[in-house]
Design a protein around this ligand. Structure first.
Ligand code: F6R
Length: 603
């Protein structure tokens, strides 16, 4: 989603630094971009629809500057075009903004009554006018910011320049991430730390309703009332970063290939000393019930977690979409644990649901990938996944890392409740330690995936079917395909098919299914045969050799026989690969699929 970078430097390098920062933020998803900088005390603005490379073509690189702001916009209010792109300038104020000003219509009407007119359809231009309105009244940017925080509703991370203060960069934040960072010669603001990692790993986190004033030499933080704040300087551990694609053509494939390592890194602290390490995990047996709250792929990880927590640890679990949970009636008590799962730690719906739960008397646990992200800072307890920086919009290694933590939680709770014996738990731990041996050959079957992808990439739709755990994993497989290849992929619980959806199955319909549960496999197989009878072609992922002999199955990915605890990691690999290979054949922009953003920081 939108990205912000701002630079106040001792060097005249602000323009290349801002552009470099914007390129690092590209992965968040955007459809236009822009930059504003001071040149001889005047603000120069360049903005355009399209990629950063389009923006670069319009920039006069002969000019230099030491202070400016840049933005990548993912359209919310108003289409993606040059007028709606940021920065916006009204009067003496120029801003870039992430988030949504919810009361912008009301504010717009008030500002129009006061003589303001608007060129764009954005809420950001209204925010800019509001800041200018108060600046004109008070002749003080800080007083304008305080009035803005008081009056604007919604979410905002804002970088601000004032025409009359060419040495100063302002930052304002509420419910949308913004960090402030410092190197020897330059101070920065940014949506996330990777945008400035090339220059510094030391940073400060702006909290809600705080603002900061940056010059090339100083950074000062304030609360909404103008009181100076002392902030802890944080240091980003860049050792987990994978800042470039290496020899891979896309981040997505690179991140898929990293999974044996990222799953292990995530699990290792809880496995290295057997049961003693596992006991470092939070005790889930204290709770009568668990709610898992997340969005998208993280929600699918939650479904996998539910399966294991219920089946092995006998703890009832609800898995809720954060966008629903934040508004629904909640049944919470100190006996309910609420787990929030998020790669970015910034997803607006998940964060809002968490803030709501924090008002109740119940414990919150985060399973988060990005350190010190907003959700990680608000939950009572956090377990970090060690997936490292995930750049591709389609989440792969973050998903398997989230699943890894949930499996360990289920294993530990099952052991504590005597539902699994010590030797069974130790056997699973031993298998986890050798997971790589199962994953590496699966990741190497590229020609097999390519062959199937060639059979599928021209399809107008593809069905995904499964039961139980297989259904959860198929949902994630179907999401991966639709995200990056734009093929409508419908995922159904196999048993539900004949209650309506089978009407869509016809000659040459393609069905992908997985069967990894001996109790459920015969049921799923008979559902698959129902599709076969109507002309479908069936692609089966299974660890059951017997099923490979069935003549109704057109193609099989045979997985190693393992404990069920390893199954999610094995099933997901062919699904990720199929999505990737199909998208490649369809010549899609794999790492930056249309309309999608990496961190969804608006509702
Ligand atoms: C899918 C994908 C999204 C995210 C979802 C939640 O590949 O990436 O569905 O999983 O937007 O994001 P996080 O995990 O950052 O909260």
């Amino acid at each position: 989603m939108c990205g912000i970078i701002g630079v106040a430097s001792k060097k005249e390098q602000a323009i290349p630094m801002i552009l470099q920062g914007l390129k690092t933020l590209e992965y968040r998803g955007y459809d236009s971009s822009g930059i504003a900088y001071f040149k001889e005390n005047q603000i120069v603005i360049t903005k355009t629809k399209g990629r950063i490379s389009d923006l670069e073509q319009q920039i006069n690189f002969k000019e230099t500057s030491s202070l400016g702001i840049g933005h990548t916009r993912w359209a919310t209010h108003g289409e993606a075009n040059q007028v709606n792109a940021h920065p916006h300038q009204v009067g003496k104020i120029t801003i870039v903004h992430n988030g949504i000003i919810e009361n912008y219509q009301e504010l717009k009407a008030k500002l129009q009554e006061n003589g303001y007119s608007f060129l764009s359809s954005t809420d950001t231009e209204v925010a800019c006018a509001l800041l200018d309105f108060y600046y004109e009244k008070t002749n003080s940017v800080t007083q304008a910011i305080q009035a803005f925080i008081h009056e604007a509703k919604g979410s905002y991370a804002i970088g601000l320049l004032c025409q009359e203060e060419p040495d100063t960069l302002y930052a304002i934040k509420k419910d949308s991430p913004l960090i402030v960072a410092a190197s020897n010669d330059t101070n920065f603001i940014a949506s996330d730390i990777p945008a400035v990692l090339e220059y510094t790993s030391s940073y400060y986190v702006l909290e809600d309703e705080e603002y900061a004033i940056l010059t090339k030499d100083h950074i000062t933080f304030y609360d909404k009332g103008g009181k100076v704040l002392t902030k802890e300087e944080k240091h980003y551990d860049a050792s987990l970063e994978s800042p470039n694609k290496g020899s891979y053509p896309h981040y997505m494939i690179k991140e898929m290939m990293e999974q044996p390592d990222t799953i292990w890194k995530t699990m290792q602290p809880f496995l290295e000393n057997g049961l003693a390490s596992l006991a470092k995990l939070p005790d889930l047996t204290k709770y009568d019930r668990i709610d898992i709250v997340a969005c998208g792929t993280a929600w699918h990880a939650g479904l996998v977690g539910k399966y294991f927590l219920e089946e092995y640890a006998a703890i009832p679990v609800d898995v809720c979409l954060a966008s629903e949970y934040r508004y629904k009636r909640l049944f919470l008590s100190p006996k309910v644990l609420v787990i929030f799962i998020s790669q970015s730690g910034e997803t607006a719906d998940t964060l809002a649901a968490l803030k709501r739960v924090k008002e109740e008397a119940c414990h919150t646990l985060g399973i988060i990938n990005v350190k010190d992200s907003s959700i990680a800072r608000v939950v009572d307890q956090v377990i970090y996944t060690k997936a490292g920086c995930e750049i591709a919009v389609a989440s792969t290694k973050a998903f398997t890392a989230q699943v890894a933590i949930l499996l360990l939680l289920a294993l530990q709770a099952a052991y504590q409740k005597n539902l699994m014996e010590e030797k069974q738990v130790l056997a699973v731990i031993e298998e986890f330690k050798h997971l790589k041996d199962h994953l590496t050959p699966l990741l190497a079957k590229r020609s097999e995936y390519q062959k199937i992808a060639k059979e599928l990439y021209k399809q107008e739709d593809i069905f995904y079917l499964g039961r139980g755990l297989d259904y959860d994993l198929m949902m994630e497989g179907a999401l991966k395909l639709k995200e990056i290849s734009y093929i409508p992929s419908v995922c159904y619980a196999a048993g539900e098919l004949k209650h309506g959806t089978i009407s869509l199955v016809q000659e040459e319909t393609r069905v992908i299914a997985s069967c990894t549960n001996p109790l459920l496999d015969p049921k799923t197989m008979s559902n698959l045969k129902e599709t076969k009878a109507r002309g479908a072609k069936i692609y089966l992922i299974t660890n059951n050799v017997e099923l490979t002999k069935d003549k109704d199955i057109d193609s099989v990915f045979l997985l190693d026989q393992t404990s069920e605890f390893l199954v999610p990691f094995l099933v997901i690999i062919p699904l990720q690969f199929l999505a990737y290979k199909i998208a490649l054949l369809r010549q899609c922009d794999i790492d930056k699929p249309r309309n999608l953003a990496k961190a969804v920081t608006v509702e």
